[in-house]
Design a protein around this ligand. Structure first.
Ligand code: FAD
Length: 382
């Protein structure tokens, strides 16, 4: 019997799930994968686009290149989800499956931070990063503020990375002396689960004169006064604001009744929701790991293995363990790695830090090509 799986969202989670099911089950599975975009872009590639290292076109991976015969990709916008019937409606029709998986990620609520859209910039969307490319290229120095607007956000190291890279850019352009760089973060340290990575980042900040304003969020931008407003009402003057907007589950997910307190609660081990045969994974959930692709991918892999085992009448594999590895560039192509385990000790993530080396650099370089080959069914390195 063929297993029909309907996957909503072709991001880190949706692509890993679809490709694994297709590779393992072959003609015993039919995956319908829906996304409104025509291409996937790695989150970290947005920093490359913003700093002019690669163009937006160069980092796009068009979905039309998906070569797995069992995966049917549809570029459509999902306008309604009905978990009770495991179905989703787009502008073109209604789809359903034996299994429904919601992997629609986290969206951005620009309006939640008054002034952000008009008097600042965000670099968390491809469009935002692409627009910043020209803004940064034309920037002749001044007060740069990198600011986090919400309590939780994708890829916790990314704002620190952006601060380090913008400082480097100012230095290379010879305008560092007339500039300042400040990072506003709700966290006490840059990456709380890893004290060693945080110490390495803070050491770099100290060396490069980057101010770390911790324990604070950005609530508004006063464009007329050129001031960033923080959640304790203090203000910081700015000439260039690079923001991380408030994150929210997509509206269509909230309207489906799947969310509680803004995100989809799931059973940790499998990603099961309260509806039979309806699962959720990645940034759209409140599973207890940070919003990062490596966690979405690992949860997707476990869910794929669970669905495969059940389809074959076998016992469930070990559940999702909340582990993942992140890479971070601590300046001048120095790439460090941190492995974090979020579930072993409840409420106490354990991070293992690997300092920058040739190996960590090579591992980051091969991360994208490996996934592209796996997800799209094409040779590595393309
Ligand atoms: C600057 C930056 C740097 C990052 N660096 C890293 C990193 O180094 N490592 C890492 O692991 N993570 C990183 N991330 C985080 C990572 O990109 C996300 O956490 C990850 O993509 C989440 O995967 P997901 O599958 O849950 O959702 P996503 O990958 O966001 O996929 C969700 C998909 O759903 C689609 N969608 C949403 N709504 C609809 C709709 N109504 N109809 C149709 N389609 C819809 C979207 O188009 C999207 O393709 C970074 C993020 C940013 C912004």
């Amino acid at each position: 019997m063929t297993l029909n799986v309907l996957v909503l969202g072709a991001g880190f989670g949706g692509l890993e799930l679809s490709s694994r099911l297709a590779t393992e089950l072959g003609d015993q599975v039919e995956v319908t994968l829906i996304d409104r975009s025509d291409a996937f872009v790695f989150g970290y590639a947005k920093l490359d686009v913003m700093f002019g290292k690669r163009t937006a076109d160069e980092v796009r991976m068009p979905y039309r290149e998906i070569a797995h015969p069992a995966v049917r990709f549809r570029q459509e916008t999902i306008v309604a989800i009905d978990p009770a019937t495991r179905s989703a409606t787009t502008e073109k029709g209604t789809y359903s499956g034996d299994v429904l998986v919601v992997a629609l990620g986290a969206g951005y609520d620009m309006a939640a931070t008054p002034g952000l859209a008009d008097a600042g910039h965000e670099f968390y969307s491809v469009e935002g990063a692409a627009g910043l490319r020209d803004v940064l290229a034309g920037f002749r120095g001044g007060r740069v503020v990198v600011g986090i607007c919400g309590p939780s956000f994708k890829c916790p190291p990314a704002p620190s990375e952006a601060s380090i890279l913008v400082e480097e850019m100012l230095r290379e352009r010879g305008v560092r002396e007339q500039s300042s760089v400040t990072l506003v973060s709700p966290f006490g340290v840059p990456v709380p689960p890893s004290p060693e990575l945080s110490a390495a980042i803070l050491a770099r900040f100290a060396e490069r004169g980057i101010e770390f304003r911790n324990g604070r969020r950005v609530t508004a931008l006063d464009g007329a006064a050129r001031e960033v407003v923080l959640d304790d009402e203090t203000r910081i003057g700015y000439d260039l604001f690079l923001g991380i907007p408030v994150h929210r589950a997509p509206e269509v997910v909230v309207a489906s009744g799947l969310t509680e307190n803004g995100w989809i609660p799931v059973e940790k081990g499998t990603g099961a929701t309260r509806f039979p045969d309806v699962y959720a994974l990645g940034d759209v959930t409140s599973v207890g790991t940070p919003k990062a692709g490596v966690f979405a991918e690992r949860a997707a892999r476990v869910l794929a293995d669970t669905l495969i085992a059940r389809h074959r009448g076998q016992a469930d594999p070990a559940g999702y363990d909340g582990t993942g590895a992140c890479w971070i560039e601590i300046g001048s192509a120095n790439v460090a790695r941190v492995d974090v385990d979020f579930f072993s000790v409840p409420g106490k993530p354990i991070g293992v830090f690997t300092p920058p080396s040739a190996e960590t650099f090579a591992a980051k370089e091969s991360f994208g090509p490996e996934r592209r080959a796996r997800w799209f069914g094409t040779p590595a390195g393309r």
